[in-house]
Design a protein. Structure first.
Ligand code: ADP
Ligand code: MG
Length: 631
């Protein structure tokens, strides 16, 4: 074993930098925080090649004294903290004194600064930890910092950088957080000389939300505000219709700092229970202000996670504030308007005078079992989907389209060969559940319960099918088969549909252009974060391809790291299937029920939806007889 040695400070810095500086966006975050701590009212950010080549941040803050220039790059050197007690009264974004030292250790940094009382400023460089002497600098008051060739001396880390547009997207996300947390701040971002964002100091929070996330989000917001003891919660929460496929648009800020907090975001999401489909996320911009001694911000190197003294108190404050606001909008009532159950299949007395079970997990026990989400759309089963005039249809009509009538009988919708192979595979299957479907005519007696389950009699017993899970499985396999066979019909749009995204999302979509094209979703860059949708899979029927593309985008951006191509395709397929399938809450007519059940035989794995949930449960005849004491 080698002797133990103290590591040289250059190595220590590189190790520390690994924690704080993960990618160009981390540099931008730290520099922006320093500018804000310096009281700046205007910050201009310029990056080149996703920040890997250059990051320049210019602010009009208080500036740095000549004698502090070198200290700014020293580890654990800060002007924001004097003693350990101060750690519990942090009112600045920075306090660890680590950022500049870390950045200077892994890049070529030029720091130029002038305080407002000085007549001229000074500059210093730090290249991979090597400091230059301090020189005079003739600039305006404020600080200007240039970070070139990030990770130039740590080639492995440089290799880990993703595409320019992805890195730029992460930077834009960090800038967004700062812009939302600091109304009054004038902020600009340029990438390769092109102005990406200009947020005027006069733009209030709502305008900022509109600027970054578009009009649709902004228009769907309700203000919230609550004060309990010395904790102030305020901001905007979105109408459930503004939902997303991931939690990225759940922004939470504590004392002006963007934070991640699973517990508080859980409370927020919980408040929407019953108003959103499972797997969908609410949108909100939530601000918490409290005395700094109620929270420990020193638990995470990048300061994104904090520890609250009274977690439970805050959880319930969040939950009740958001929930009350949503009920003030009468949103719970909207979900209860109509009962689309065709017939009362279960006599009320079955419930023994109690409320029906909370089958949809709505959390609102007062909701009748007819909870219906979006308006029922017909399923898109019949294959191949006939298209009379492909060039003229536009997905923009998604709500105006008359629903595709699903009048085909089960036998018409299936080719003889398909039926045959289905029977063959069913017979080969060892599962009694699968056998119970033969012959298919028996299935026409299925009834629908709660607009969610199909119940049918089989020789083995009573089979309860989850209509969404089954349809999802069938569509998933149809998609897959057609892609494999190269028979996926795509529908070209006469007029491409624009989709407005933020820079990060647009970059991700473009990075996956090929995979998306394989799925029939052809996209093209229109510039400025706008993506044009050129075509979509015809199998989607009258579901909005734009909505599905949006869900795909959410899915891509929700991933921490990218999956393999095969995983990605699988993921996206199941996502498209999920979005196209009938849902719990959709009333189905008898033909639709019959068609769905008939196609069950065509699925290779009819027992599980693509996410692995069961599609059907069997209550065996034997069990029923036994429970009722017949045997
Ligand atoms: P921290 O922000 O945790 O104090 P940093 O390494 O980020 O540590 O910065 C070190 C010090 O450099 C800060 O405490 C501050 O005094 C000074 N500094 C850095 N950036 C700026 C800036 N843009 N304007 C004024 N002072 C700055
Ligand atoms: Mg700092």
């Amino acid at each position: 074993m080698a002797h133990i040695q103290q590591l040289p400070s250059s190595v220590v810095t590189k190790i520390a930098a690994g924690e704080v500086i993960e990618r160009p966006a981390s540099v931008v975050k730290e520099l922006l925080e320093n500018s804000i701590d310096a009281g700046s009212t205007r910050i201009d950010v310029e990056i080149e090649q996703g920040g890997g080549d250059l990051i320049r941040v210019v602010d009009n803050g208080c500036g740095i004294d000549a004698e502090d220039m070198a200290l700014a790059f020293a580890s654990h050197a800060t002007s924001k903290l004097r003693n350990a007690d101060d750690l519990f009264h942090i009112e600045t974004l920075g306090f660890r004194g680590e950022a500049l030292a870390s950045i200077g250790g892994v890049a070529q940094v030029m720091l130029q600064s002038r305080t407002h009382s000085q007549l001229s400023g000074c500059e210093i460089t730090c290249h991979g930890g090597e400091l230059s002497p301090v020189r005079a600098w003739n600039g305006t008051p404020g600080t200007r910092i240039e970070v070139k060739h990030l990770f130039f001396n740590t080639p492995v880390r440089r290799k880990f950088l993703r595409s320019t547009s992805t890195e730029a997207g992460h930077i834009s996300e960090n800038l967004t957080r700062i812009a939302l947390a600091h109304p009054g701040l004038h902020l600009t971002l340029k990438h390769n000389g092109k102005l990406i964002y200009e947020v005027p100091g006069t733009a209030d929070l709502l305008e900022r939300v509109g600027l970054f996330f578009g009009e649709e989000v902004r228009a769907g917001l309700y203000p919230i505000e609550a004060q309990r003891e010395d904790v102030h919660l305020y901001g905007f929460i979105a109408d459930p219709s503004v939902e997303r496929g991931n939690a990225k648009l759940q922004y939470l800020f504590l004392n002006g700092r963007w934070i991640r907090d699973r517990s508080l975001l859980h409370a927020f999401q919980e408040a929407y229970r019953g108003l959103l489909m499972t797997g969908r996320y609410a949108v909100g911009f939530l601000f918490l202000d409290m005395p700094p001694d109620r929270v420990d911000v020193n638990v995470h190197p990048t300061k994104c996670e904090v520890r609250f003294r009274e977690g439970q108190f805050l959880y319930s404050m969040m939950l009740s504030t958001v929930r009350n606001r949503l009920s003030a909008e009468n949103l719970t009532a909207k979900l209860q308007v109509t009962s689309t159950l065709q017939k009362p299949m279960v006599p009320p007395s079955t419930y023994g005078g109690h409320m029906p079970p909370d089958v949809f997990g709505t959390g609102f026990p007062q909701a009748p079992p007819s909870f219906s989400g979006p308006l029922p759309l017909p399923p898109v089963f019949p294959e191949p989907a006939p298209r009379q005039n492909p060039s003229l249809s536009s997905p923009a009509q998604e709500n105006g389209n008359p629903p595709l009538p699903l009048t085909k009988g089960e036998n018409e919708s299936l080719s003889a060969a398909e039926l045959q192979s289905a029977f063959a595979s069913a017979q080969a299957s060892p599962s009694s559940v699968e056998h119970s479907f033969l012959p298919p005519e028996q299935n026409s007696h299925a009834i629908q319960l709660y607009n969610a389950y199909l119940v049918l009699e089989t020789p083995e017993g009573m089979l309860v099918i989850d209509q969404h899970a089954l349809h999802e499985r069938i569509l998933f396999e149809q998609f897959k088969r057609r892609i494999r066979e190269g028979t996926l019909e795509t529908q070209r749009l006469l007029i491409p549909e624009p989709l407005e995204l933020n820079a990060e999302q647009a970059a991700l979509v473009l990075e996956h252009q090929n995979e998306l094209a394989e799925l029939g979703l052809q996209v093209e860059d229109f510039g400025g974060g706008t993506i044009l949708l050129q075509s979509y899979p015809a199998i989607l029927g009258n579901r909005s391809p734009q909505k599905i593309l949006k869900a795909v985008v959410d899915h891509l951006t929700g991933k921490e790291r990218l999956p393999t191509r095969e995983h990605l395709l699988n993921d996206l397929l199941s996502l498209m299937a999920c979005h196209s399938a009938v849902r719990a809450g959709d009333a189905l007519n008898p033909e639709q029920i019959a068609s769905l059940i008939a196609q069950r035989h065509l699925a290779d794995d009819a027992h599980h939806c693509p996410h692995g949930r069961p599609t059907a449960l069997l209550f065996s005849r034997h069990d029923l007889d036994r429970q009722f004491g017949r045997i």
